[in-house]
Design a protein around this ligand. Structure first.
Ligand SMILES: [Zn+2]
Length: 627
């Protein structure tokens, strides 16, 4: 359905945001080939966007316009600008030389590709410097989730949030949706009067909801980091530059859980250089958010499933904070290079955890990470085990496995081990300074690695098979193997219990952290028997655990053992949150048997309308929806 864009534009605020010249940004000279964008930044590059929307909850659409500031290379005279879109209704396109007088620009929208969406080709005069697109999104936009009140924590207001990574930004903004194109933006957003709007930009902690908001993001960012949320959220400060946005019923709990935010920022700064984004706030979203966190600059989006009550799952925030260096400051140029974002970030995350919460905790998390990686690699085809992934013809969301995260981090651990922490830290800090606010390919990284670390230290360099790490499947033979003394003690308890030397109630588990519990549950043999499941549950009430990670691990076992006392909790867990990390393994375990598959379909029928489109796409495939 076409939106009457003019109607929502002609309100009292129609003059809206003025365009302005974009700042100068240094970028690598070459434009990388991006399999996931139709855009042509080698001919014309978007430098800045002025965005202006009405948020129409009743129609589940954004309606407004995007004004893009353009730049051509020296001596470039391209007259065709190609943008990425998906499911957008484009009403009108205009172009301008100076930003004051506008003329209609001819445009065409190509037939949609299932993965990439539709190329929007605009014909411009050689000297046009701005283009203005009046458009509306559609209710099924893959990057927008519109929540009804029952899907929120407060249960009384509507909520909207965006998720642009990997290529969902194009479903709500017509842009060059390739991570190598960095832009600054300003935005004006009109919402229902009682709701607050926040963006990956300069949010004002003192702002009161009035239904009309302006934002500015002065640092150039890739399109997948543009983010918006609208809902009944309030703010709780942690420090002068950090705080929590969340729905009123959970903002206090979230602020207590993330009380170490400032300590984490300081730890990261000591290790990797200054935090360059001014504020660092965390928005705790309603439970349908499909990811653990999303590193939207200045405003991390986080799942409420990490609010464990004991700070045991805050590594997630360390991870999103670490993206302020790895990913947001130095960005993968294409989704093939995704490991540059995530492998570096997992490595940094563990360094932050070590500083703030101690070596013991960081070691445990590294061991759990390696377990995840080995389990995943056992099930993946060779081509999906390669860091420098080939994602041609595929949705880049298919590349979100443990490989870019944990294998990438293990590669960096190997470099640290070979060169020593002092030298490697100096290298990392130089890397972030050198490529700050740039998007780079794997080849750019490898060139820098050779020039600044490997070539001048040939002896340790010979111990790290860089080519094998980056271009081959599997884990190289000499890879580091993280170990944990705490976990060795847990394993000893597993043995004592399995050998019936002690009942479950006699295990010395009273001081165990979440990580030790996870290791305990993973270390149990695949077939435990109903009686042992019962014994554990009676001793430790695992079915009733409110810790999402422990619940996930326990429920996986419960499904495998057809342990019926846990079924009501399983159903409750799967219908109360939409985090893909938990949905995927639990539904996969369920569909292994015919009656499990029936159970999966019955639960999914209720849960599906509450999940995010990204989670729906994943679970549809697993359960074979519509059944
Ligand atoms: Zn990440």
């Amino acid at each position: 359905m076409m939106c009457l864009a003019a109607a929502c534009r002609e309100g009292p605020h129609s003059s809206s945001v003025a365009t302005r010249p974009s700042p100068t940004v240094s970028t690598p000279a070459a434009v990388a080939h991006d399999d996931h964008s139709y855009s042509n930044p080698n001919e014309i590059r978007v430098r800045h966007a002025d965005l202006d929307w009405d948020v129409l909850f009743d129609r589940k659409i954004l309606c407004g316009r995007a004004t893009l500031t353009l730049e051509r290379p020296p001596a470039g005279h391209a007259t065709r600008l190609v943008l990425d879109t998906r499911d957008l209704d484009v009403e009108k396109v205009e172009a301008s030389r100076d930003g004051s007088s506008w003329t209609d620009a001819p445009f065409s929208l190509a037939p949609p590709d299932k993965i990439l969406g539709s190329a929007l080709a605009i014909t411009l005069a050689q000297d046009a410097t701005r283009v203005r697109i009046s458009y509306a999104t559609r209710p099924q936009a893959s990057g927008l989730q519109w929540l009804d009140p029952p899907q929120t924590a407060g249960r009384k207001d509507l909520f909207l949030f965006t998720q642009s990574e990997a290529i969902h930004g194009r479903s709500w903004i017509p842009l060059q949706d390739s991570p190598q194109v960095r832009i600054t933006y300003r935005a004006r957003v009109r919402t229902p009067k009682n709701l607050m709007a926040v963006m990956s930009a300069n949010n004002d902690p003192k702002a009161a909801p009035d239904g009309d908001y302006e934002f500015e993001m002065p640092q150039p960012i890739p399109s997948y980091l543009i983010a918006l949320a609208v809902g009944d959220v309030s703010f709780a400060p942690i420090s002068p530059r950090a705080g929590i946005w969340a729905e009123p019923p959970i903002v206090g709990k979230a602020a207590r859980e993330f009380a170490d935010l400032e300590a984490m920022i300081r730890a990261a700064e000591e290790l990797f250089g200054p935090y360059r984004w001014d504020r660092y706030d965390v928005l705790v979203l309603p439970p349908s958010f499909p990811f653990g966190g999303m590193e939207n600059p200045r405003l991390t989006f986080a799942t409420p499933t990490v609010l464990a009550g004991d700070k045991s799952l805050v590594a997630l925030v360390a991870h999103e904070l670490a993206h302020s260096w790895a990913g947001n400051l130095v960005t993968n140029a294409t989704w093939r290079d995704f490991w540059l974002n995530e492998g570096f970030t997992v490595y940094l995350e563990r360094r932050i955890v070590e500083r703030v919460f101690g070596q013991r905790r960081a070691e445990m998390e590294a061991v759990l990470g390696l377990q995840d990686l080995e389990k995943e690699i056992a099930a993946l085809p060779d081509r999906d085990e390669i860091l420098h992934a080939d994602l041609r013809g595929r949705d880049p969301d298919d590349g979100f496995t443990d490989v870019p995260y944990e294998k990438g981090a293990l590669f960096l651990c190997h470099l640290e081990q070979a060169f020593g922490r002092e030298i490697f830290d100096r290298f990392l800090r130089g890397y972030f300074d050198h490529f700050a606010f740039q998007s780079i390919t794997t080849e750019d990284f490898l060139r820098y690695l050779h020039a600044n670390l490997l070539d001048s230290n040939p002896r340790p360099a010979a111990r790290v098979p860089v080519e094998e790490w980056v271009e081959e499947p599997g884990i190289p033979a000499g890879a580091p193997r993280p170990t944990s003394e705490a976990f060795a003690r847990v394993e000893a308890e597993v043995t004592r219990w399995l050998e019936r030397k002690v009942p479950a109630s006699g295990l010395s588990a009273s001081g165990w952290s979440t990580q030790e519990w996870l290791h305990f549950l993973r270390a149990l043999p695949p077939s435990l028997g109903h009686e042992k499941m019962d014994e554990l549950d009676s001793a430790f009430h695992l079915t009733d655990s409110g810790n999402s990670e422990i619940s996930n691990q326990w429920l996986l076992r419960a499904i495998a053992h057809r342990y019926e006392p846990a079924y009501p909790r399983l159903e409750q867990f799967l219908t109360s949150m939409g985090r893909r990390k938990f949905l995927k393994p639990l539904y996969e375990e369920l569909v292994k048997t015919p009656d499990g598959k029936n159970r999966a379909l019955a639960i999914y029928r209720t849960a599906r309308p509450t999940y995010h489109p990204i989670a729906v796409a994943t679970v549809d495939k697993i359960v074979g929806w519509p059944g």
